[in-house]
Design a protein around this ligand. Structure first.
Ligand SMILES: CC(C)(COP(=O)(O)OP(=O)(O)OC[C@H]1O[C@@H](n2cnc3c(N)ncnc32)[C@H](O)[C@@H]1OP(=O)(O)O)[C@@H](O)C(=O)NCCC(=O)NCCS
Length: 378
């Protein structure tokens, strides 16, 4: 048997062949099915991009309308799911609530017909349609309120923002939110996508696939960084404190949140788009000190770490944008999940098309031939 070198975190080791997305970290390029994200952010919508990722090509007008229609009319969650969520502790993290609820959906749709395109489509529609409803429902219920019913007359992103506080969102805000979802929907073989593919490879149901990916996304080394960006901006508190804060991080070798990326050694292309969106948002709704602190941070970090290829990543600006929209900090990662579910489902479908169960090996570094010591002699 061929002996391979062990790479912690499987760094650099291909885990799948995939035609879903492509990153060039040296040039700062991200493509979904070959289309640059800049073009999708300008011209597409989240649901159209989700369709592109899952079914491999842009939908025709009829196909898109059909998909939007199905998603729109599957937004309601079963009252038993809602009742179950009511029992969750209000102090629990919304990612944990989402993971449990996504897994619970599988109890209601337990038929597993993985070779049937209709089953694949129904599962895709149901998960994309209901995840925002579950996130919004937990947000309201943990404050002691009843969840808001989805509104069929609103588009995907407007409806989610509406369900959060029962107010129709400003159209610019809803469009910016939709673009944020486009930018977060997919990013090659990251931890949660790998998790989704490993779970999918056992031929379990898509609810278990999504629940395992949600669990993986929740960690601070993955989806949780955008929450930490806001905590950092709050801690810095003023433009004058930016330079001393960064100097302190560099002296103590601690990471500045929202900067640096394993793949991108130039500015993250998603951060460039989000920076422009943040600009539009602050211009319309008023500049505040967080915007100024963020600008100063970018200047100082570039001055000190630009030569090492450390620039803002997507989490730096997504945190800033979501905060300006009035979204609670601990919903940032669930929103990331609302977007990423479409990417996970694209990988679920691709995995099923040429499935082989994941069964890597390990490098054993333990003992051999150890004798059992009776308990009274230990
Ligand atoms: C994302 C991240 C894990 C990528 O790390 P990585 O590719 O393993 O890069 P390394 O940790 O090897 O860093 C390379 C060098 O840049 C420095 N560096 C990387 N990110 C840094 C940051 N955010 N702040 C300060 N220095 C940083 C490292 O200290 C290291 O310096 P050294 O060569 O003098 O030791 C890392 O940049 C990070 O932790 N960023 C902050 C958290 C964050 O925003 N995560 C969201 C990512 S989308």
């Amino acid at each position: 048997m061929m002996v391979c070198e062990y790479k912690p975190g499987l760094e650099g080791i291909p885990a799948a062949q995939s035609s879903i997305s492509y990153v060039d970290g040296q040039k700062g390029i991200l493509e979904y099915r070959g289309i640059r994200i800049e073009e999708l952010a300008e011209k597409s919508t989240f649901l159209e991009t989700a369709y592109l990722l899952i079914w491999g090509e842009l939908p025709s007008k009829e196909e898109l309308e059909g998909f939007e229609h199905e998603v729109r009319y599957h937004r309601r969650i079963k009252y038993r799911i809602r009742d179950m969520m009511k029992c969750f502790p209000e102090s629990g993290h919304p990612m944990d609530a989402l993971q449990a609820s996504a897994a619970a959906l599988g109890l209601f749709y337990s038929l597993r017909d993985l070779h049937n395109p209709a089953y694949i489509r129904d599962s895709v529609v149901r998960l994309i349609a209901t995840i925002p409803t579950m996130v919004a429902a937990f947000q309201l219920m943990r404050k002691g309120n009843d969840p808001v019913r989805p509104r069929d007359d609103l588009d995907y992103s407007s409806n989610f923002l509406y369900m959060l506080d029962e107010k129709e969102p400003d159209p610019l805000m809803a469009r910016i939110f939709d673009i944020c979802l486009i930018l977060q929907v997919e990013h090659t073989m990251n931890a949660s996508t790998f998790s989704a593919r490993v779970t999918a490879s056992t031929l379990t149901d898509p609810y278990a696939v999504v629940a395992s990916a949600v669990g993986t996304l929740g960690g601070p080394l993955h989806g949780g960084a955008n929450e930490e960006v806001i905590q950092m901006l709050e801690k810095i508190g003023s433009v004058e404190n930016v330079r001393p804060y960064i100097d302190h991080c560099l002296e103590t070798k601690s990471k500045i949140m929202g900067f640096g990326h394993r793949v991108y050694k130039v500015k993250d292309p998603r951060a460039i788009i989000l920076q422009g969106l943040a600009e539009q948002l602050f211009e319309k709704f008023g500049y505040d000190k967080f915007y100024d602190i963020a600008q100063e941070m970018e200047r100082v970090v570039e001055e000190k770490l630009g030569s090492k290829g450390i620039y803002p990543n997507i989490d730096f600006y997504s945190g800033l944008v979501y905060r300006k929209m009035g979204i609670p900090t601990d919903l940032f990662t669930p929103i990331f999940a609302i977007a990423r579910v479409a990417g996970w489902l694209a990988h679920w479908k691709e995995q099923l098309e040429e499935n082989r169960i994941f069964r890597p090996t390990q490098v054993y570094n333990g003992l051999h031939e150890v004798t059992y010591t009776p308990i009274d002699q230990r």
